[in-house]
Design a protein around this ligand. Structure first.
Ligand code: SF4
Length: 71
């Protein structure tokens, strides 16, 4: 089990996470990255997932380091 988090207010909409991991990330209507199937918690998106899949690649691809994957 892993937990993925996006600190959405600091997203610069570069698209790296979506290009790297389209299974889990997409742009929301506000132009910021969001987690497919995630929950909005305050300003952030969070998702608990059995298989973190490509989320760690997305974490590494984010130029402003606002994607976090916790074991
Ligand atoms: S890689 Fe980071 S800054 Fe770029 S769209 Fe994804 S969350 Fe936003």
């Amino acid at each position: 089990m892993a937990k993925i988090e996006i600190e959405r207010p600091m997203c610069i909409s570069c698209g790296n996470c979506i290009d790297t991991c389209p299974e889990l990330f997409e742009f929301a209507d506000d132009g910021l990255s969001t987690l497919k199937g995630g929950q909005r918690v305050g300003d952030n998106d969070e998702q608990e997932i059995d298989d973190p899949g490509c989320s760690r690649d997305a974490e590494e691809s984010c130029p402003v380091t606002i994607i976090h994957v916790y074991d």
